[in-house]
Design a protein around this ligand. Sequence first.
Ligand SMILES: O=C(O)C(=O)C[C@H](O)[C@@H](O)CO
Length: 261
Amino acid sequence: MPAPHNAFKAALADGQPQIGCWVGMANAYATEIAATAGFDWLLVDGEHAPNDLNSILEQIRVIEGSGSHPVARLPIGETWMIKQYLDAGVQSLLVPMVESGDQATELVRAVRYPPHGVRGVGSALARASRFAAIPDYLTTADQQICLLVQVENRAGQAALDDILATEVDGVFIGPSDLAADMGHIGQAGHPDVVEAVLDSIRRIVAAGKAAGILTLDPAMQRKCLDLGATFVATDIDVTLFARSMRASAKAGQDLLQPDNS
Ligand SMILES: O=C(O)C(=O)C[C@H](O)[C@@H](O)CO
């Protein structure tokens, strides 16, 4: 019995576009609601949301039972942290702030068992192996891990070809951090940032890797998909919730205004 099949990784390898959503509420109940929406993948954010490994695990659990695939973003790409996330059962990882081919190579080694990598062997304790209920886990796990790395500054852009030459499964372009590093903080839609993002998407696709992005701009979503991006996140749960709550509160306050009709 092999490690669980990673349908998300297979879809990316087949070039099938996958529409996703960021989930940053850091709450399994809220993530379970998101998992009923129908997204192909949900990004459980361990970088900017107040998540830890246990809260990530709770959310991975509720997503696994849905039609969406869980992707976990680490706060940083550290081998020891990757080991913990993988042992917890995360099969698709997004690693921020990758800036060199060497860094990408180390991340590839971190998600693989020896002799092809350095992932520590602890499957007897690991949820990933269903606590050793999957007898072939150690010899089949590597093929089901999807490693996605983020290029989101000028250093990463300069090293993109080196990163693409490694065995990462895909490269995600982070428009917000890239804009900041380019001197346009808060302006992911700045023409220079948009061109840098689209050029990177073209290069990632040309290299035969999966290209990904998070953008709330429908026109940018369309452009990236037309260029061949295959993991495109189109919304953020926190943003959706905050916007809806504010709109509702305003509507309530409007009720109290003198009727100007
Ligand atoms: O740089 C980016 O853009 C991303 O990596 C996505 C952000 O981290 C996400 O929190 C939305 O702002």
